[in-house]
Design a protein around this ligand. Structure first.
Ligand SMILES: [Mg+2]
Length: 430
């Protein structure tokens, strides 16, 4: 059992709930949100300790690049992610600029995932550096706060990665608590303390409030969460529709959404069965490529990244072969297409009639373009976004790679040399 005495012995404890009942007497759920602190920077510091305590920028290393991540020291200069690298360098000339490596970050993310999966009953991985766990019921054995503290320390001990957590009755309050605890700390919000905890914070801190909604709220004179708490729910709904209603609930510390177990099988896939079995390699490759590209678009549309690619071929004798490869988390066309084609070339080793081909992306986690920022130039990201906008408007097949017209010779020498990316996105090795 966790007693108040025990929790007060823990180091670095920020607790705003003194005098509240001990964990064992609380009712309802116990939801943990754990986030690795400035994750990319922390990994780079593990690899090079000279980066400790210094302003560090990660992203495209040329002037055309974008900041994908930065250290707290860099943030003090007003630098934030998604800022053009040139502007960041002007703000902080002494900053150390590093081209990120998504393979390395993916590896460390997987190590943390494994540690957490061993320890908690239900784990949800929402992005490369962010997790939810449902610890409900664990308090009967040793107390959720104690368990979360031990988990946090275990991650630090085994990986060297600083991390922070929030613990409360639901996901929203825990996520906000993590943000308040950072860096390298923890914060527990006892049951019943949700509203007073949220009240003094900016409405910007409610997880679903983006820049646009924030401006709308500011224009209405709403700055603190307390103001939303004091408004009737209907008023928020009138101003912002269904979205407003959700914001009102979150502002009041209400969130019943469950922790959804992270499954390695969580995937998206597509298959094509042929009317007539075929050995037409050019056709097969063209279809593989289109499937790889379409699924990559689906990933980006869902703000997801994949960590595993599978290619499947069924031959006319109904023998099915699949080949799978773990990859660094990505949603970038050119990386995924290259991997799919590589697997296809390995698995299509028999000149047999093919009945079905398929592609699957699994080990999905949340994450927008950020992870691709150091793999690609700003132009590439802009190009993807432009193509995706066309697809959103005119349908999935509106933009397709010129796979059928043998126009695959345009390469991409160095994405960071500042040259414009080719307009025809060509797969490099097929
Ligand atoms: Mg983080």
């Amino acid at each position: 059992m966790l007693s108040l005495e025990a929790s007060s012995q823990l180091n670095e404890v920020k607790s705003r709930s003194a005098g509240q009942p001990a964990a064992s007497t609380r009712s309802g759920r116990n939801i943990l949100h754990l986030d690795l602190d400035s994750f990319f920077v922390s990994v780079e510091r593990l690899l090079d300790s000279r980066l400790q305590g210094k302003p560090v920028l990660i992203g495209g290393v040329t002037d055309r690049g974008v900041v994908a991540a930065c250290s707290y020291e860099a943030r003090a200069f007003g630098i934030h992610s998604a800022m053009p690298m040139r502007m960041a360098r002007e703000l902080c000339p002494e900053a150390i600029v590093i081209r990120g490596n998504s393979a390395t970050y993916s590896k460390y993310s997987d190590i943390v995932t494994e540690i957490m999966q061993e320890e908690v009953p239900v784990l949800e991985k929402t992005s490369i550096d962010e997790f939810y766990a449902d610890l409900t019921g664990m308090d009967r054995f040793f107390g959720c706060a104690k368990m979360a503290d031990e988990l946090r320390q275990k991650i630090i001990k085994e990986t060297g990665l600083p991390n922070s957590f929030g613990l409360s009755i639901n996901k929203t309050v825990s996520k906000v608590a993590t943000g308040e605890a950072k860096p390298n700390n923890r914060l527990e919000i006892r049951s019943g303390e949700e509203k007073p905890f949220l009240a003094p914070l900016s409405v910007r801190k409610i997880p679903m409030v983006g820049e646009k909604t924030y401006q709308t709220l500011r224009n209405l004179g709403i700055q603190k969460i307390k103001t939303v708490q004091e408004m009737p729910q209907e008023m928020m709904q009138q101003v912002l529709g269904q979205h407003g209603s959700m914001i009102w609930k979150k502002a009041n510390g209400v969130d019943n959404s469950p922790v959804i177990a992270y499954s390695e099988r969580k995937s998206i896939s597509t298959e094509r069965t042929f009317d007539r079995d075929t050995t037409d390699v050019v056709k097969l490759k063209g279809i593989m490529l289109a499937m790889a590209e379409n699924l990559a678009f689906q990933l980006r549309r869902g703000k997801k990244l994949t960590g595993c690619v599978t290619v499947k071929i069924r031959f006319s004798d109904f023998q099915t072969q699949t080949l799978q490869a773990r990859i660094p988390y990505t949603s970038a066309d050119h990386i995924l297409i290259e991997k799919v084609m590589e697997l296809f070339n390995k698995v299509y080793n028999r000149r047999l009639l093919v009945r079905l081909i398929g592609v699957r992306y699994s080990h999905l986690v949340g994450g927008g373009y950020q992870i691709n920022l150091f793999e690609d130039s700003e132009e590439y990201i802009n190009l993807y976004q432009a193509m995706d906008r066309i697809r959103e408007r005119f349908g999935d097949r509106a933009v397709l790679r010129a796979s059928g017209i043998n126009a695959r010779t345009i390469g991409r020498s160095n994405p960071f040399n500042g040259k414009r990316a080719p307009l025809l996105l060509a797969n490099r090795r097929t």
